[in-house]
Design a protein around this ligand. Structure first.
Ligand SMILES: Nc1nc2c(ncn2[C@@H]2O[C@H](COP(=O)(O)OP(=O)(O)OP(=O)(O)O)[C@@H](O)[C@H]2O)c(=O)[nH]1
Length: 316
């Protein structure tokens, strides 16, 4: 069978911007195209891989590190393995962690062998349309925007017109060449991010000089093989949230066995919802509660998180 190049879509964006939601939309709308997804969660537990459903060609999870620095070798090995699959996928989507500087990943993807076999087609940056002015100046977001070919404005359903305009102006200042699309609930137009012609020569790119990856965030994971009290968990998260950059987790609520809840904290907004049942077999052997917290280094300790969450356990 013909072994043509497999275009790569790199999805970047700040912590909680809506990257997983966009990737889920792309996979759901793939219309029979074989799309392999590589998902990188900074935390030790890869919640994103659990949330990505409907991938026609499997989801590969790279957790406990960031593919722009500690896991860069793992990314290249993963891509090589994907390219050896028979049949080959028709596209590869890589979701970076929210702490990643995509310049480093782009630099790795420009390796001549990878570029020939899996050319980087599009860098998509997901930007929260409700981001306040200070968040639009964040150096990490600016680094992510600097690499973007396409910017997807997420959460436009929550943003007022003035706020959305402010975000558009910030994007235009940092990356005037980027195509900007609205993507409420992840609905990015597929032809913009995954064009139909994989034989197109890749866009020439300059990731710039290598910048040291400043360690700014740390991740703390908490698990328990027990059900949690919903009101106590909400109270605990309320107390921790001013010091959190992001949190997400899956847990079983007391009195509601076999019906996992998904908890999300992004941009200071917390949501709690019953999880969609997995389309295939669910994750086996995982603790019933698994929550990942991301905070700026030194703002929260494992002991503080442990103490807050142990209180939420409902003894059986
Ligand atoms: N209302 C609304 N919520 C959204 C939208 N896009 C994402 N969300 C919510 O925002 C939260 C974060 O979304 P994710 O897709 O997990 O964000 P992410 O960028 O993958 O997060 P990290 O990988 O942890 O950095 C979740 O609660 C989503 O349901 C949107 O367009 N509208």
């Amino acid at each position: 069978m013909a072994e043509g190049p497999v275009p790569v879509l790199l999805v970047t964006g700040f912590l909680g911007a809506g990257k997983t939601t966009v990737v889920n939309h792309i996979l759901a709308e793939a219309g029979g195209r074989r799309i392999a997804a590589v998902v990188n969660d900074f935390g030790a537990i890869n919640i994103d891989a659990e949330l990505i459903a409907g991938a026609s060609d499997g989801v590969i999870s790279l957790a406990n590190g960031c593919i722009c620095c500690t896991l860069e070798g793992d990314l290249l090995r993963t891509l090589a393995n994907i390219l050896r699959r028979d049949p080959r996928p028709e596209a590869i989507v890589i979701e970076t962690s929210g702490v990643a500087d995509p310049a480093d990943i782009v630099r790795n993807l420009l390796d001549p062998v990878i570029l020939r076999e899996a050319p980087l087609e599009t860098v998509l940056c997901v930007v929260d349309a409700t981001a306040p002015p200070a968040a639009l100046e964040d150096p990490l977001l600016l680094a992510q925007l600097r690499m973007a070919d396409v910017v997807a404005l997420s959460k436009t359903d929550l943003a007022d017109a003035a706020g959305q305009q402010r975000v558009r102006e910030a994007v235009a200042r940092q990356r005037p060449s980027a195509i900007v699309v609205e993507a409420p609930q992840g609905q990015v137009p597929l032809p913009v991010v995954l064009p139909d012609d994989p034989t197109r020569p890749p866009v020439p790119r300059d990731p710039g000089r290598r910048r040291p990856h400043a360690d700014r965030f740390e991740t703390l994971s908490w698990t328990a093989d027990a059900a949690l009290s919903l009101p106590r968990l909400q109270a605990a998260i309320g107390r921790l949230s001013p010091r959190l950059a992001r949190a997400k987790g899956v847990f079983e609520a007391a009195g509601q066995p076999g019906r996992p809840f998904l908890f999300q904290l992004a941009a200071g907004r917390a949501t709690l919802a019953p999880m969609k049942p997995p389309s295939g077999p669910g994750p086996a052997g995982l603790p019933r509660a698994r929550i990942v917290f991301i905070a700026e280094i030194g703002r929260l300790s494992t002991a503080e998180i442990g103490a807050a969450l142990e209180e939420c356990i409902v003894p059986t």
